[in-house]
Design a protein. Structure first.
Length: 317
């Protein structure tokens, strides 16, 4: 009886300590969100959405009724219109120019007016050469890789930031059997020529001494600054999955075309992209430090920055 009384006592104590704690997270007013990367190769464009509440499941809502004003050195030069098909605000014909400073101002009903910091387009940096090694297979764990080397000369007069992209275009000719559906017998074959285009390959930066030395590399892009090679010729080794150059069964490869794009990006784009990638990497880890994604939009969120590009291709038949 004494034993049962003790159990009952502890049960009452611990059960009485359990309670639900309801925490109400205050909902802050939604802000305008801008993303606009501009270059001398295309007309002005900008995507404008609204920020979402942390507990909302919906994506950011598109803003279609904004007044979008574009300034060059504080002088109004254009008002962008909304393109319903592309879901972007665009200029009719105006193209950004390298070296000039621009800012953008947005007004929309129900939101505070926002304005970007000034940004400009850095001058393009040429690719000196690219070397593709398709014969030497690198094995890291159970995964097979190939290697490519990209070389360019970094100017020394100012800090520079880069985004390197790789795209693969492959054409195959494949022979497939023609089967008689009545008896499942092969009665001939057919030849199909198809082109596969992939701009979303996985790449990693590697050093000769350490294949695990990762840069800001994800999907089809690598982001680097010239802190360690300012004013020097720089060689970057890039590895990518071997299956992007392996041919399917019953197929012959007509050609492989590798396109390397060296984007010279503004510091604003570099800061935004690298902090956004840190946040993506940490969002499923409850014990990681919170990451504040860089923004240069005053009164709102997002990024406004310029870039210029140089492109080089290798075609293998």
């Amino acid at each position: 009886m004494k034993y049962l009384s003790s159990i009952l006592f502890f049960y009452l104590i611990f059960s009485s300590c359990q309670s639900e704690l309801n925490i109400e997270i205050p909902r802050k007013p939604s802000k305008l969100v801008l993303k606009s990367y501009f270059s001398p190769d295309s007309i002005w464009s900008a995507k404008i959405t609204s920020s979402s509440f942390i507990l909302d499941d919906d994506d950011n809502q598109l803003i279609k009724n904004a007044k979008v004003s574009l300034f060059e050195n504080m002088t109004l030069i254009d008002n962008l219109f909304y393109n319903e098909e592309k879901e972007l605000y665009q200029s009719d014909f105006l193209i950004p120019e390298t070296g000039k400073k621009y800012l953008i101002e947005i007004e929309a009903p129900g939101y505070n007016r926002v304005q970007s910091d000034k940004s400009s387009i850095p001058k393009a940096i040429n690719i000196n050469k690219i070397i593709l090694d398709t014969t030497n297979i690198i094995k890291i764990g159970d995964i097979l890789y190939n290697k490519m080397n990209v070389e360019f000369k970094d100017p020394e007069e100012e800090p520079n930031y880069y985004m390197i992209q790789i795209m693969i275009n492959t054409e195959y000719t494949c022979n497939f059997p023609i089967v008689d559906p009545s008896n499942s017998q092969i009665i001939g074959d057919t030849t199909i020529t198809t082109t596969l285009y992939n701009s979303n390959i996985l790449i990693e930066n590697i050093s000769p001494d350490n294949y695990n030395d990762k840069f800001w590399g994800y999907r089809s892009k690598i982001f680097i600054s010239d802190n360690d090679f300012n004013g020097r010729t720089y060689n970057i080794d890039i590895i990518f999955y071997n299956n992007f150059i392996s041919k399917p069964d019953n197929c012959n490869t007509n050609y492989l075309r590798f396109t390397v794009v060296l984007n010279s990006i503004s510091k604003e784009i570099f800061q935004y992209e690298t902090t956004a990638e840190l946040q993506r990497n940490n969002r499923d880890n409850p014990f990681s430090e919170p990451v504040q994604v860089y923004s240069n939009i005053i009164g709102g969120l997002g990024i406004f920055g310029g870039y210029s590009s140089d492109t080089m291709m290798i075609k293998i038949k």
